[in-house]
Design a protein around this ligand. Sequence first.
Ligand SMILES: [Zn+2]
Length: 146
Amino acid sequence: MTVMIISKEKQRKVLKEMHKFPIGGHQVVQRTYDRLKLYVTWPGMFQDVEDYIRKCEVCQKNKLTGPYVKVSLQETDTQYQPWDKLYLDIVGLLPMTEEGYKYILTCQDNLSKYLLAKPMITQTADEVALIFFPLCNFALWHTKFK
Ligand SMILES: [Zn+2]
């Protein structure tokens, strides 16, 4: 259930709390807006989110300043066997499929670059765990019992 907020002061307060949330805060406009609209709404909310984030000091400091940012070469910590180190990422928000999927969980093995992609309805930790734990079992089986 979403709540309509009329008061400009309360809109600003809710937006601030959502954007500056200590865990996973300072997200981009779309992600902040998507998170916010799960709970509240008001006319012009997307524009307000955009304006707020454009003025957010923390976001501006962390933003890349130009198109040519040269990153120095670093020694990698490539693993010795597959499934020792995995990279997880969530792609989305995507257009919803007929089954209700809006996100993709990707899991890539650091050594082999083998990539798995699974559709997700939400991006909650519960759903990630439901997908990821069977992958861990697969990885364990692959490395220990092959
Ligand atoms: Zn910010």
